[in-house]
Ligand binder design. Structure first.
Ligand SMILES: Cc1ncc(COP(=O)(O)O)c(C=O)c1O
Length: 310
């Protein structure tokens, strides 16, 4: 029997999530009644974009950075969101108020090309405008994520070249990532470590990936992975605090031999890696990861104070 797999998005059970209201095209609907059409472009083709945002003390952390990425991706695929970023903030706030939420909340904002008039691929068949759905849940990462760390397995599925499906699209279709995750699960791990087309260590199926070697922090060049908001914050926090940080190519040899490794993402912030392909990472002490976690926590607190005018 292998241990129950941990996912990088495991949250504590919260009974309040059974009663949440979900935003569907402007209406707030109980979760069991929240539905979109079977003709929706998102359901049929994965034709949509999404963002995962987190609420800290009433503030959507790094909202501008999330919106920069979201609108850039929508522009690239000619997806008319039907509102600007202040309209999105209003929709988030309406959903938040209806659910009486203040902190420890995770939000999935999803916009698709909307319902199609016939069940085929051509975008011109989506004629009635986008579908917007906002799901907000009470969500606290389980302690085990921070304590034990996550087990990675290197998987055959890679992140491809940008002219295939650019890894910078946070698209509804995540099949590339889902395949990687399935491969990791079949290998008895929690999450898949994905290489780039040249065989360098790149990213995981749901988070960005970092290693620590001789006190320096390394991550991939960024060419083949999601332009993670948390990834960018970690790099700039290292730069501002005298921690050497490099965006560079490195191989599995250097990942296995790292003193520490961690993942980044909006949900879990920085999640330590316990092992890669069954090989334990370092000796289990994680001083640099702990320092970065503390710096990130402080940066979030300062950001929240600045936004809320506290
Ligand atoms: C594939 C992938 N990598 C990394 C991330 C982490 O990005 P962020 O730090 O912006 O949450 C995400 C989040 O959406 C993702 O889908």
């Amino acid at each position: 029997m292998i241990d129950q797999a941990l996912t990088t998005h495991d949250a504590l059970e919260d009974p309040r999530n059974a009663e949440i209201l979900i935003y569907v095209n402007g209406a707030l609907v109980p979760r069991d009644e929240a539905k979109v059409s079977v003709y929706d472009s998102g359901f049929m083709l994965g034709d949509g974009m999404w963002e995962g945002l987190r609420l800290y003390d009433g503030v959507w952390a790094y909202f501008d950075e999330h919106m920069d990425r979201f609108f850039e991706a929508c522009k690239a695929v000619s997806l008319d969101v039907g509102m600007d970023r202040s309209g999105i903030l209003d929709a988030l706030e309406k959903t938040r108020a209806a659910n009486n939420m203040h902190a420890d909340v995770h939000c999935r904002l999803m916009v698709t090309r909307g319902p199609k008039v016939r069940p085929f691929q051509h975008p011109s068949l989506s004629r009635s405008g986008p579908t917007m759905v906002i799901i907000m849940e009470h969500s606290k990462p389980v302690d085990k994520l921070k304590d034990a760390g996550i087990r990675l397995a290197t998987v055959p599925q890679v992140r491809g070249l940008p002219m295939a499906q650019d890894a910078k699209y946070n698209s509804h279709s995540k099949l590339n990532c889902v395949i990687a995750c399935l491969q990791a699960e079949q290998a008895g791990a929690d999450e898949g470590l994905m290489l780039d087309p040249h065989g360098f260590v790149n990213t995981t199926n749901a988070c960005n990936f970092f290693v620590v070697r001789k006190g320096a922090v390394w991550t991939s060049t960024g060419d083949y992975c999601m332009n993670g908001v948390t990834r960018a914050k970690v790099i700039s926090l290292c730069q501002a605090n005298g921690i050497p940080v490099f965006e560079r190519n490195f191989s599995l040899v250097e990942a296995y031999g790292a003193e520490e490794a961690f993942l980044t993402g909006t949900f879990g912030a920085q999640t330590p890696v316990a092992s890669i392909d069954g090989k334990p990472i370092g000796d289990g002490t994680r001083p640099v990861t702990a320092r970065i976690q503390a710096l990130y926590k402080k940066a979030i607190a300062e950001h929240v104070a600045a936004v809320s005018g506290a």
